[in-house]
Design a protein around this ligand. Structure first.
Ligand SMILES: CC(C)(COP(=O)(O)OP(=O)(O)OC[C@H]1O[C@@H](n2cnc3c(N)ncnc32)[C@H](O)[C@@H]1OP(=O)(O)O)[C@@H](O)C(=O)NCCC(=O)NCCS
Length: 204
């Protein structure tokens, strides 16, 4: 998997994906194409904004009839860091995998890539994520365990479907890897990225 700059076309796809899962989102209303285009111009393309979002690009196995063909690069999701506070070196991880690409391990890979980018490119020291219990808490519990992150519960964080839902709040800090043959000479976080994955900002 690699992180690539987002295009306007990517953003329209993201809007369609987002509007299908409003129970997972902080924004409590669905977005129009115009609103999404404005967000793209004002926030995503703005270097001064406090967000760094990416297109998640993955080699996806394909089939023609019953035959497997060579994997094809696809835009499988959207993610990054938002609400960055540079003084405190903290930001919030946000992630969305397209419905047709879920449960293939891409979400897990995306978190590793985004965290690596946060530590090694943005220079952050803390990354947090919030998942509503009406969203995908099983995924985030798996992720928290994998990254040895701290978790806590915040009460009544989302009103959805006629009731309040708690959230799972996760705090990630950079892991110091054990020395080993798989360790990259430069990057602390490389160890958590599955083989073959890389971040476009880095040399391979
Ligand atoms: C949540 C989300 C990012 C997970 O991405 P994904 O690519 O489907 O997740 P992965 O395939 O990497 O899952 C890794 C592990 O997490 C757990 N997991 C993921 N989704 C799960 C689900 N719906 N139910 C139970 N466990 C789940 C499983 O243990 C899974 O491993 P397995 O498939 O081998 O059992 C994706 O489903 C998504 O974008 N959903 C909609 C938006 C959303 O909920 N965003 C998060 C805001 S809190």
């Amino acid at each position: 998997m690699r992180l690539q700059p987002l295009t306007a076309d990517n953003m329209e796809q993201v809007r369609i994906w987002r509007n299908q899962v409003p129970q997972t989102l902080r924004t409590p209303y669905l977005l129009t194409a115009e609103q999404q285009a404005e967000y793209y111009r004002k926030v995503i393309c703005n270097r001064e904004s406090h967000t760094r979002y990416f297109a998640l690009i993955q080699n996806v196995p394909t089939q023609v009839g019953t035959h497997d063909t060579a994997p094809v690069e696809r835009f499988v999701g959207y993610g990054g860091i938002e609400g960055i506070q540079w003084e405190t070196r903290i930001g919030e991880l946000s992630l969305l995998i397209g419905p047709e690409y879920r449960r293939r391990g891409y979400g897990k890979r995306a978190v590793s890539c985004i965290l690596a980018h946060a530590w090694d490119v943005l220079g952050l020291e803390t990354v947090y994520a919030e998942c509503y219990e009406c969203g995908a808490p099983e995924f985030w519990r798996t992720i928290a365990k994998q990254h040895r992150a701290e978790t806590t519960t915040l009460p009544r964080r989302k009103y959805w479907d006629g009731q309040y839902w708690d959230s799972l709040y996760i705090t990630f800090t950079p892991q110091i890897p054990e020395p080993g043959p798989e360790r990259d000479a430069h990057g602390v976080a490389w160890i958590s990225i599955p083989q073959g994955d890389y971040i476009s900002d880095y040399p391979n």
